[in-house]
Design a protein around this ligand. Structure first.
Ligand SMILES: [Zn+2]
Length: 274
């Protein structure tokens, strides 16, 4: 409703069977023994792996993703304070469009773009689905195929983001990022697919929670700070139309330094984050 009243989403509809299937269980409604879980009305169901945490079981959520059933169990555990491994290194991170990340030390980290590579197949499956008769078995099958692909795309994205954020938190003590206005950027349709494909928002979320776990720091620069347009050498700021999205390199008219767009931005982010 919140998004609906803001004009960002359609009028909300009730969840129905077959779409976004999930239900919650409180801890008196289920039991877990080794690799099995007892679910009301179903009995003991095998799980792929045993519960990995010891502690008080609080609740469980059972959900269907990509035609498969998952259970997520909330367990209350003691605060485990991990040994903080300091590296003494700080870094500025620019979330670019061509490369996922450009670090102020010059490293470029490419991320897979699962949506882009699977877009053709996605469109194909959508078309197949739309041609199936409503409430038919074949429609059900087509739906499962489509949701499997969505699930696969999500898995690829999550996996690469987790690897990247874990590596960053391990390698650096302080990480500076831009406080991106993702919502505003996603409104630009040409950019929107690339941006949501890279999962900037999810990147930031993971980076912050992992940094907190490891006793590391994430700093940010305000979203209005012109990190791309400012010369990291002499602080000259380019005019409004002097740097287009297409320009990957530029030469500072004031000090003649040649800049890689994203690297320059990441250095600025590092120097200006608070
Ligand atoms: Zn300059």
């Amino acid at each position: 409703y919140k998004n609906f009243f803001k004009g960002l989403a359609k009028y909300p509809t009730a969840r129905k069977k077959g779409r976004d299937d999930r239900f919650g269980l409180s801890n008196d409604q289920f039991a877990i023994k080794a690799k099995s879980i007892r679910i009301p009305n179903l009995g003991w169901v095998r799980m792929k792996e045993p519960l990995r945490f010891d502690g008080k079981i609080m609740s469980a959520t059972i959900s269907k993703r990509g035609g498969k059933w998952f259970v997520s169990v909330a367990v209350e555990i003691d605060d485990t304070i991990k040994k903080v491994v300091r590296t003494g290194k700080i870094v500025g991170i620019d979330l670019g469009i061509t490369d996922l990340l450009v670090l102020s030390d010059g490293t470029k980290i490419k991320a897979p773009k699962p949506l882009k590579t699977n877009l053709k197949r996605l469109r194909q499956l959508n078309k197949v689905l739309s041609r199936k008769k409503k409430d038919s078995k074949n429609r059900e099958k087509a739906k499962t195929k489509l949701s499997r692909l969505h699930y696969k795309i999500r898995c690829i994205r999550q996996d690469s983001l987790h690897k990247i954020t874990s590596d960053l938190v391990k390698a650096f003590d302080v990480m500076a990022i831009e406080d991106l206005n993702v919502k505003g950027m996603v409104k630009n349709r040409r950019l929107s697919r690339a941006i949501s494909d890279l999962g900037f928002f999810e990147f930031k979320r993971q980076l912050i929670y992992k940094a907190n776990e490891q006793g590391k720091t994430v700093k940010s620069v305000g979203r209005f700070y012109p990190s791309s347009k400012t010369c990291s050498n002499c602080n000259h700021i380019l005019g409004k139309d002097e740097l287009t999205l297409k320009m990957r390199d530029w030469i500072c008219p004031s000090c003649q330094t040649k800049h890689d767009r994203d690297l320059n931005a990441s250095i600025n982010i590092l120097n200006n984050a608070t």
